[in-house]
Design a protein around this ligand. Structure first.
Ligand SMILES: C[S@@+](CC[C@H](N)C(=O)[O-])C[C@H]1O[C@@H](n2cnc3c(N)ncnc32)[C@H](O)[C@@H]1O
Length: 331
């Protein structure tokens, strides 16, 4: 593993990228591709499972090289939106539930400078071992605790300012999912939950959101309010997208020549303390027409389409520059 030269938040994506590339050194490409294909098949199978999917080093190397850049980017995006709503807040400690190889630990470190106690809980020892190994590349993550634990009913957590749960809820039973969100709410000042940007992923996020609100949390992002979500289940799902560079392993497994993939994700970020959520959020790709931009917005009053034209003066240029997932108007 490379020695880290720097530990500021901005350099972390690059440090992580280099560390992940290093993992594939010495792993024959066919072996890596085989492990990814097995992994994709497991994740397509019936989840939740009663045993870890990440069983050995080949599985976790495949997971880290193939999926971790995308889960890191999705969590990073959710945290960025959270910081917009809670600009002065910096977590003094972080616990990541079902943290696997540590994508969220890296995303938190990439969002807020400085070292903090970090605990990563997972039931898959090979994932924790690899997470620990990758974290050696960053001085602030080297001290993280990688702890083997089953998360679910009966879970109680030590207090942590920030609890993250990323791409995990879908692997849990209904009862375990409820228990994990409740335990996170009981332990934390802020909770950030990220799931795949699918109808099912969104449904799990919406359920967690309701649970956090019932526990007294305020929604910081993506929603502009802490009232009921206006999305009608079965007709649509709230999700966002982040662009991720494809590695050579991606190209090998998936073919094609595109240098990037768009990772779709759903998320909720909430805090016990007062937050300042965006006045509205852009929930689809803006549509640019001659002299006008059509924005689909989630607003405190519900979902609305808005047309911004040159007649809106100052708003027109920001509307042309705005992207799916941005707050509106820009801050
Ligand atoms: C898809 S991976 C996500 C890993 C990481 N959070 C990320 O975003 O890249 C799901 C993780 O949840 C863990 N997991 C699933 N069910 C669990 C349980 N009941 N207890 C502890 N860990 C669990 C798995 O071992 C795996 O590491």
């Amino acid at each position: 593993m490379n020695d880290a030269v720097s530990s500021d938040a901005a350099s972390r994506p690059e440090t992580l990228r280099t560390a992940l590339l290093g993992l594939l050194d010495g792993l024959p490409p066919r072996r890596a591709a085989g492990a990814v294909e097995r992994l994709i098949a497991s994740y397509r199978g019936d989840t939740p499972t009663d045993a870890p999917i990440l069983r050995d080093r080949a599985d976790v190397v495949a997971y880290a090289a193939y999926r971790m850049p995308a889960t890191f980017a999705a969590v990073r995006s959710a945290l960025e939106a959270f910081t917009d709503a809670a600009p002065g807040w910096v977590p003094g400690s972080h616990a990541d539930l079902g943290g696997g190889t540590g994508a969220a630990a890296w995303a938190v470190a990439a969002t807020w400078d400085g070292a903090r106690p970090v605990t990563v809980l997972d039931w898959a020892e090979p994932a924790l071992a690899l997470g620990r190994e990758i974290a050696e590349a960053d001085p602030d993550l080297r001290t993280a605790r990688w702890q083997r634990a089953r998360i679910g009913t009966g879970l109680t957590l030590d207090p942590a300012d920030l609890v993250t749960v990323s791409y995990v809820l879908g692997e849990l039973t209904d009862a375990d999912r409820a228990a994990v969100v409740t335990a996170a709410a009981d332990a934390a000042q802020a909770v950030v939950i990220v799931e795949p940007g699918t109808p099912d992923g969104y449904a799990r996020v919406a359920e967690a959101r309701d649970r956090l609100i019932a526990a007294g949390f305020h929604i910081a992002a993506p929603c502009p309010h802490s009232a009921a979500c206006p999305v009608v289940p079965g007709t649509d799902w709230c999700h966002f997208s982040v662009r991720v560079s494809r590695s050579s392993l991606h190209r090998q497994v998936k073919g094609g020549s595109l240098p990037y993939e768009d990772e779709k994700f759903s998320y909720v970020a909430a805090a016990r303390f007062p937050v300042a959520p965006a006045p509205a959020r852009i929930v689809r790709h803006p549509r640019i027409r001659k002299g006008q931009v059509l924005l689909d917005l989630c607003e405190p009053e519900g979902l609305h389409g808005r047309t911004v034209t040159k007649r809106h003066g100052d708003q027109y240029k920001p509307a042309r520059d705005a992207v799916w997932g941005d707050p509106w108007p820009p801050r």
